[in-house]
Design a protein around this ligand. Sequence first.
Ligand code: ZN
Length: 278
Amino acid sequence: MLVNLVDVLKLAEERQCAVGAFNTPNLECIHAVLHAAEKLNVPVILSHAQLHEEVSPLGKIGPVMVLAAQRAKVPVCVHLDHCETLDYMREALDLGFTGVMYDGSLLPYAENLANTQKAVAMAKPYGAGVEAELGALASREGGASNASGPVYTDPDEAVVFCRETGIDAFAPSFGTAHGIYKAKPVLDLDRVKVIAEKTGLPLVMHGGSGVSPEDYRTGIRNGLRKINYYSYMSKAGTNAVRELLAREDVTFFHDLAYAAEQAMEADAEKAMRVFAGL
Ligand SMILES: [Zn+2]
């Protein structure tokens, strides 16, 4: 069933676990994630990143995500990830998305604050929850590195930001990066704890791929309630296709797509087990 971001995060809080948020730029990803969530009977978030607009336009994949969520046997939030323009956000809300992330993290503080306030005002009449970010990750979505490097979120600044924007979920910067890690990430999970306590909001981990199960567990204990995970799932799909092509003379694309879907489902299931504490 389709639920909003606030409700799905409430479930995570009640269960003292985190909900996985998976980018789903195509049908195979949607099936992989929903099958895994239904198998484990856990709530889940399907995300669309503005970054994927070229390969997977919001107007094309968005309605499919919403329909799939409505028909799912578990609570599913359909969320817009890293939205940098309010017009794009409006498009997602009109399609029935139940959560949006406004990302003004590269803007000066005052501008990020003002735009996030506008995003909250825009999402409210739709009944959608809003996530926002303060501080900057070591790399942008898509793996491109941040010219200025990571900017860790200051807990006191976070308190003011969360209070003045009225957001429902907060994404702090504490050492994770988007994409595939080249070296083991060093995470400041104490910072997560302090920010969770001071803001009282569910926190979001971006760049969830490649983090150790132990760090996930500590992060969840410290207040992470949404974990964005995509790169490793997608990579599992590519690997499965590569292996199948090396093994067999495949003619039909649907056989490749199905192999990718099954591998992505297995990878998503593994991640969900850790996030849910199963
Ligand atoms: Zn992200």
